[in-house]
Design a protein around this ligand. Structure first.
Ligand code: GDP
Length: 488
């Protein structure tokens, strides 16, 4: 009874929020743009560059409203959700512009509101409110758990951990669960040990050498405010024949898994994902390419799960009627500046192929989907180097202090010219188990480290009395797709 009453109260609260947002939207047109991607995909840099470009007026020839001069002004405004942290735009921009350092990455959800004043195509002055919501992609990958029981999740997670690269990485954790009796009495110390081994396995999978993507529960890797809390002290257990006695380890794990879904996953979906109109999913495709076909297949599964998450049902008939739904999804392969421009379209085709199957399914739900290769902040320029095999498509930039390549450790000041490797014309080649793209490895001769060489953000020309624009690759195409139609 108490549950029923709290469900009714919750539904009433959601419906009234949906109605308020709906009527607000009638008078103040608003786009709620979700920005997600797995850790280090480039979310913080993307939002900082996008907001800077809108506020300052970036070089955006493909973003029609800005290129044609119809955008009069953009300004920051107080965000609508008081309990969500504000995206630290000013601090991130100062790190990029003043210190020439990359800003601190996304660790939890944050939000920023911008108001764009523009002249519509029929010449009247209008405003579009843009709410940007930044959140870890790891959290999105939790949504499929809502449809899985503890038994199904355990079986699926353990099955997956026995495949390919994962099997080696799961060694210590497999050893631990093989020795466990799921019917044994629940024990906190034991639960902590198993959860720790399981989390270590997830973390190993994320290592850049393997770059695996599909690793729920997302809060284990990206806990946000829940770091070290008991809500994260559970793990899958090996198959249990028959039923689990109450008070057993299995029953304890199952209860915690269910509360993780109820207390963390459901509210996150309801309060944030269900309110988005547009979504950009940033993908560090290059790191997955560097790690090999296992990582690519895993990324493909993760992207399919991400697309599925946007289709999870809405929470009430009224909110389904009034609340907006995601009608455009952009997949963007980030850090394209680590390749020569002759490979940008190829990178785009690889990403298109990665999302192709999932995108076909999403077509039924009416969302428009696009895939691009881009760099939010271009840290390199291009150079041509003559060699024995003709001209090489090289790039030039300043590696971060401490980065290593070709036996050299960089000091963060000197520029280098480097050949990043060309991507194949046919994207299928990258899925061949024999292929391994080793572009820009920080230590190409050493088989234990395939990490991409990282460059410092670009040195920008100082402009008298003004803030310099940030160079980018195709950020304007991203903007045109995401909000161009709302500025007509
Ligand atoms: P987040 O975890 O998704 O917020 O990722 P960040 O935005 O913090 O980016 C992670 C790292 O990727 C940065 O520290 C940079 O090293 C790199 N990065 C992000 N965007 C770009 C880009 O446009 N070009 C280059 N060269 N590196 C980038």
């Amino acid at each position: 009874m108490a549950n029923l009453i709290s469900d009714i109260v919750e539904q009433a609260r959601l419906t009234s929020r949906a109605l308020i947002e709906y009527s607000h939207n009638l008078f103040e047109p608003t786009v709620r743009l979700g920005v997600t991607g797995l850790s280090r995909a480039g979310k913080t840099v993307f939002i900082t560059a996008l907001v800077h470009g809108l506020l300052r007026g970036g070089r955006f020839p493909v973003f029609e409203a800005m290129a044609s001069g119809r955008i009069a002004r953009a300004r920051l405004a107080p965000q609508p959700d008081d309990t969500v942290p504000r995206f630290a735009y000013e601090a991130h921009l100062a790190q990029l512009l003043t210190e020439r350092q990359w800003p601190d990455s996304t660790k939890q959800i944050s939000e920023l509101r911008l108001v764009i004043e523009y002249q519509s195509q029929n010449r009247s002055m209008r405003e579009l409110t843009l709410d940007i919501v930044d959140y870890p992609g790891e959290w999105l990958l939790d949504l499929p758990l809502l449809r899985q029981s503890y038994e199904e999740w355990s079986a699926e997670t353990i099955r997956l951990s026995r495949e390919g690269d994962r099997a080696d990485l799961a060694g210590a954790w497999h050893f631990e669960i093989a020795a466990l009796d799921p019917r044994a009495p629940a024990d906190e110390t034991l639960a902590q040990t198993v959860a720790r081994h399981f989390t270590d396995y997830l973390r190993n999978c994320r290592d850049e050498r393997f770059a695996l993507s599909l690793l729920p529960p997302g809060r284990f890797l990206m806990p946000g405010e829940l770091a070290d809390s008991p809500a994260l002290t559970f793990a899958p257990l090996d198959r249990l024949e028959g039923s689990a006695p109450s008070g057993s380890l299995w029953a304890m794990m199952r209860r915690r898994y269910e509360s993780y879904k109820d207390a963390i996953v459901r509210p996150f979906y309801r309060d944030h994902i269900a309110r988005l109109d547009r979504q950009v999913v940033l993908v560090d495709t290059l790191t997955a390419l560097n790690a090999g076909p296992d990582a690519l297949r895993d990324l493909e599964r993760a992207l399919a799960a991400i697309l599925d998450s946007f289709n999870v049902g809405r929470n009430s008939i009224l909110s389904a009627l009034f609340a907006p739904r995601i009608d455009r999804i952009l997949f963007a392969a980030t850090k394209a500046d680590l390749l020569h421009h002759t490979s940008h379209d190829r990178l785009e085709r690889i990403l298109e192929r990665l999302v192709a199957d999932a995108a076909k399914r999403a077509d039924y739900s009416g969302a428009r989907i696009d895939a691009i290769a881009m760099a939010s902040v271009r840290a390199t320029t291009e150079a041509h180097v003559g060699g024995a095999q003709g001209t090489l498509h090289a790039i030039m930039g300043t590696p971060l202090a401490g980065e290593q390549a070709g036996g050299r450790t960089f000091d963060g000041e000197s520029q280098i010219v480097i050949y990043p490797g060309d991507l194949p014309e046919n994207p299928a080649a990258m899925f061949d188990p024999q292929t391994r793209f080793r572009g820009l490895s920080s230590a190409p001769s050493d088989d234990t480290d395939y990490r991409f060489l990282r460059f410092r953000p670009p040195a920008l020309e100082r402009i008298e009395g003004g803030v310099p624009a940030l160079p980018h690759i195709r950020l304007d195409r991203a903007l045109e797709f995401l909000i161009g139609d709302r500025l007509r």
